[in-house]
Design a protein around this ligand. Structure first.
Ligand SMILES: NC(=O)c1ccc[n+]([C@@H]2O[C@H](COP(=O)([O-])OP(=O)(O)OC[C@H]3O[C@@H](n4cnc5c(N)ncnc54)[C@H](OP(=O)(O)O)[C@@H]3O)[C@@H](O)[C@H]2O)c1
Length: 261
C-alpha cells in the first residue's frame, strides 16, 4: 500500500517540526512549509532519515499562492492527499485593543486563519477522495480571553468555528481543531519577550513561571499527538475542538500508546 501524504504548515521549528518528525515515524510522506528555507531543509533531512519522502514548499502561508503550491506539489509527486495540518501560527501583535494596528491584525489573521481556509480549499477534492483529515492547530485562547492577545484570540476562535462549518459542509472528511496546551516553542518565548508591555503583570508572570517551573511540554510530545490525529482521528469527532488532557482524546491517545504528559 502506498504511504499516506500529509501537508504540514509552519514545519521549520516548534510544534510543526515535531509533528513532521512524528508523521515520518508513522510512515507518511510529507509536504512541508514555512518561510525559513534553511531551517525547513534541516527538518526535511531529519524526516528523510526516518524513511519518509518529503517535498519542501517555502513561502509565506498567508499568500494564497503558497497553499496552492503545496497542494500542486503533493499531487504531482504522489497524486493523493490524506491530511492537512494547519499549524503555522503567530501570536504577534501582543497589544491592547486601544493600540490596535490594522496591518498587524490582518497579518495575524492571514497566517492563523485565512491560510488554513485556503489550504483546505485547495486540498478538498483530494481530501474527499481519500476520506482524509484536517487538523487545525487551535489554542486555549480560542475559548478564553487573554488581555493583549486580541488578534490571536479572535483568529483562534474563528478557526474553531471554521472547523465546525467545514464539518457540516464536508461530511466525507474529518476536520478537528486541536488544543495543544502550553508548548516549549518560540511562540512562548515571544510571549515572555513582548508580553510584559501588553498584559497585566499577573497574567504575564504566569508565562514566566511556566518556563521557570518546567511546565512547558516539549513540541515532539505534542507533535506525536497531532500526527496520530492527522492519520487516524475518528470521523465522529468531525467539527470538534479537542484537548489532549481531556476526554475523549486522552483515552484515545493512551490506547494508541501515545505518552500523555
Ligand atoms: N506554543 C504554545 O504554547 C502554543 C499554545 C497553543 C497553540 N499553539 C499553536 O501551535 C502552532 C505552532 O506554534 P509554535 O508554538 O510551534 O510556534 P513557533 O515555534 O513560533 O513556530 C511557528 C511556525 O510557524 C511558521 N510561520 C510563522 N509565520 C509563517 C508564515 N507567514 N508562513 C509560513 N509559516 C509561518 C514558523 O516558521 P517560519 O518563521 O520559518 O516561517 C514556524 O515554523 C500555532 O498555530 C500556535 O498558535 C502554540
Amino acid at each position: 500500500m502506498s504511504r499516506p501524504v500529509v501537508l504540514v504548515t509552519g514545519a521549520s521549528r516548534g510544534l510543526g517540526a515535531g509533528t513532521a518528525l512524528a508523521l515520518a515515524e508513522l510512515g507518511a510522506n510529507l509536504v512541508l512549509n514555512a518561510r525559513n528555507q534553511e531551517r525547513l531543509h534541516e527538518v526535511a533531512q531529519q524526516v528523510q532519515a526516518l524513511g519518509a519522502a518529503v517535498q519542501v514548499v517555502a513561502g509565506d502561508i498567508g499568500d494564497p499562492e503558497t497553499p496552492r503550491r503545496m497542494v500542486q506539489t503533493a499531487l504531482e509527486h504522489w497524486d493523493r492527499i490524506d491530511a492537512v495540518v494547519n499549524n503555522a501560527g503567530i501570536i504577534l501583535p501582543l497589544a491592547r485593543i486601544e493600540e490596535a494596528d490594522p496591518e498587524a491584525w490582518m497579518q495575524n489573521w492571514r497566517v492563523n486563519l485565512l491560510a488554513a481556509v485556503m489550504l483546505v480549499k485547495e486540498a478538498l477534492p483530494a481530501l474527499r477522495a481519500q476520506r482524509g483529515r484536517v487538523v487545525n492547530i487551535s489554542s486555549g485562547a480560542a475559548v478564553r480571553a487573554f488581555p493583549g492577545w486580541g488578534a490571536y484570540c479572535a483568529a483562534k476562535a474563528a478557526l474553531n468555528h471554521v472547523t465546525a462549518v467545514l464539518a457540516l459542509e464536508e461530511p466525507e472528511i474529518t476536520a478537528i481543531a486541536f488544543r495543544p496546551g502550553v508548548v516549549d516553542t518560540d511562540m512562548q518565548a515571544d510571549i515572555r519577550r513582548e508580553g510584559a508591555r501588553a498584559m497585566p503583570r499577573e497574567w504575564y508572570e504566569r508565562f514566566i513561571r511556566y518556563k521557570e517551573e518546567g511546565r512547558l511540554v516539549p513540541p515532539e510530545v505534542i507533535g506525536r499527538m497531532v500526527a496520530h490525529l492527522a492519520l487516524a482521528a475518528p470521523h465522529e469527532w468531525n467539527g470538534r475542538f479537542l484537548a489532549y488532557y481531556e476526554e475523549p482524546l486522552r483515552s484515545w491517545l493512551t490506547a494508541r500508546g501515545v505518552p500523555i504528559p
